[in-house]
Design a protein around this ligand. Structure first.
Ligand code: FES
Length: 153
């Protein structure tokens, strides 16, 4: 496939590149930019491991073609911390043991940040519903909800 031009901002850094039209945002982030914090679980929109923010909205990056993100601002898990200071959601996941193996954690945290930002924190059930697209095989769900509740308060 012929590569086409792409300009986008990832974690406040502007990238001007060319990319094949078939490349997903997930593969672009991981393989072109080497931002491997964003994980590939299912590659089919089922697990949430690939969750990033696009212009402030959470997106499954495996379902988005890189070329669909021309001019957009992407935030990945690598862009959340402020230098050496963890984002409050990252700190809360550590405090509440919101993970076990950690594979789903970047996606969980990106969704959790969006959950609080969008105000879907009225109850544990509402949080769980919002987070239901992020699968955790270790079953850390109650601790993840605890972390989100701490951050929203
Ligand atoms: Fe994108 Fe599973 S890798 S939802």
């Amino acid at each position: 496939f012929e590569k086409i031009p792409l300009e986008l901002t990832v974690n406040n850094k502007v990238y001007q590149t060319t990319v094949e039209p078939r490349v997903t945002l997930l593969d672009y982030l991981r393989e072109e930019l080497h931002l491997t914090g964003t994980k590939k679980g299912c590659d089919h929109g089922q697990c949430g491991a690939c969750t990033v923010h696009v212009d402030g909205q959470r997106v499954n990056s495996c379902l988005s073609l890189a070329v669909m993100n021309e001019g957009k601002k992407i935030t990945t898990i690598e862009g959340l911390a402020n230098g050496e200071t963890l984002h409050p959601m990252q700190a809360a996941f550590i405090k509440h043991d919101g993970f076990q193996c950690g594979y789903c954690t970047p996606g969980q945290i990106m969704s959790a940040v969006a959950c609080v930002r969008e105000g879907h924190t009225g109850s544990r059930a509402e949080i769980s519903e919002y987070m239901s697209g992020n699968i955790c095989r270790c079953g850390a769900y109650p601790n993840i909800v605890d972390a989100i509740i701490e951050v929203k308060e």
